[in-house]
Design a protein around this ligand. Structure first.
Ligand SMILES: C[S@@+](CC[C@H](N)C(=O)[O-])C[C@H]1O[C@@H](n2cnc3c(N)ncnc32)[C@H](O)[C@@H]1O
Length: 194
């Protein structure tokens, strides 16, 4: 196949460029095996409660680790006029989130990164939102401790962060089946103490 392409007179520089781009993409594309939670979107009532508890102020930046379709980012940007960054390992979901951001005209405020949040620099976050699982929260905790600035808040839907103490917690309004879920609010560094 490669030889046939060369025989057809493709310039060597183009071949080198294509092969090195493919090798780069292969090397740096997020590895789906690092997916720490499946996609289940937060219900709208939970999104609203999480953002209310985060006490966002204009000019702050929210990160959603595993942003799914981008709903938390979009609600935060619209309602609280903050910047928002979503990191999503699924290519399909990252593209959906980007489309949703575009259709709301929020490209200036909301950035979607197709990548693995375990490889990300989180130092720009004032607020981090999580809807993962307890084991995933445990894995990401050292990065939160390493990167987050003093007074940054972490809001986790449904699953606590093992080893941290919440500064507040609340139940969502019941779903139509009567289910309620807990939202945990953590603050740096107060929550680091047991
Ligand atoms: C339960 S969903 C939450 C989606 C969104 N945050 C919400 O609340 O609606 C978890 C998301 O995390 C993503 N995810 C899991 N592990 C990840 C990783 N290591 N890096 C980036 N995204 C990840 C999944 O693909 C999924 O979309």
């Amino acid at each position: 196949m490669l030889l046939r392409v060369i025989r057809k007179g493709t310039p060597l520089w183009l071949l080198v460029f294509c092969l090195s781009t493919a090798a780069f993409a292969q090397r740096y594309k997020p590895d789906f095996r690092n997916r720490l939670a499946p996609f289940v979107s937060s219900p709208q009532r939970a999104v609203e409660k999480m953002l209310e508890m985060a006490n966002l102020k204009p000019g702050e930046t929210l990160y959603d680790l595993g942003c799914g379709d981008g709903r938390i980012l979009i609600a935060a940007a619209k309602r609280y006029h903050v910047k928002a960054v979503g990191i999503e390992i699924s290519d399909r979901l990252a593209r959906t989130a980007e489309d949703n951001v575009k259709s709301d005209g929020l490209e200036e405020q909301v950035k979607i990164i197709h990548g693995d949040f375990m490889q990300a620099d989180l130092s720009g976050a004032d607020v981090v939102t999580l809807y993962l699982m307890t084991a995933a929260n445990e894995k990401v905790r050292p990065d939160l401790e390493k990167y987050l600035k003093k007074d940054a808040r972490v809001v986790s839907y449904d699953y606590p962060i093992p080893g941290w103490t919440p500064v507040d917690q609340a139940e969502t309004d019941p779903s139509r089946y009567g289910n309620r879920h807990t939202i945990y609010l953590y603050q740096v560094p107060t929550s680091f103490k047991k």
